[in-house]
Ligand binder design. Sequence first.
Ligand SMILES: C[S@@+](CC[C@H](N)C(=O)[O-])C[C@H]1O[C@@H](n2cnc3c(N)ncnc32)[C@H](O)[C@@H]1O
Length: 233
Amino acid sequence: MRGRIARCGILSACVLAAALGTAVAGGRRRAPTVHPPTAQCATEKKILAVLDDLYRSQRRGMMNVPPDDGRFLRAIVEATDAKHVVEIGTSNGYSGIWICLGLLTTGGKLTTHDIDEGRAALARQNFKRAGVEHLVTLVMGDAHKTVAKLEGPIDIVFLDADKAGYLDYLNKLLPKVRPGGLILAHNTTSLSDSMRDYLKAITTRPDLETIFLTTTSAGMSLTVKKRGIPPAK
Ligand SMILES: C[S@@+](CC[C@H](N)C(=O)[O-])C[C@H]1O[C@@H](n2cnc3c(N)ncnc32)[C@H](O)[C@@H]1O
């Protein structure tokens, strides 16, 4: 049952991604309508206000995802009913809070990793300010080493740390991702040169299916760990 919901979820999220990106109407390309997210309740309103404030006041030096990529992360977490999301690259917690907005609806949790104590200290404050600290485990240290301790199954991995390390993260985390789970990687357009080996792996391995989202100029890949089609009877 959960698998069916997750499959539908991935489809809806892809449709959503297309809707957020450039639309094609009657053969003519037109810009999407830019609109801020609309809060459904007081909790969502508060978290969106914190995100807005963080993006305005803290993003210098924090290398945060653009708000539209944050919205995508939130949507895909909610649409796939993700219970365990793993993020590599916490920074000040901006993308993590977007992920938590989705997790608040799924009852899931976030394990996020960073190597920089200063940014992680800010993240702890920001998770608290957004009221999502109970959903988050922040793991300090070099994620190439600390991910070894992670337990699966993982529903979604979000890579947003050292770009040259993406392939190593993929190799270490893929066995812990559930069949049908997702690996998202940020900056696949803007920093593609630093991750050529990763891009080659996600586009050529037969056990993976990848599409590229160009909603923002940073770009993000969405890779499904294929379930495998059962043999015909
Ligand atoms: C692009 S920022 C993350 C931005 C964050 N995802 C957001 O949108 O708010 C990259 C982060 O990865 C961290 N990082 C870089 N190399 C790392 C490593 N080997 N292990 C853990 N974290 C690392 C950096 O300290 C930095 O905070």
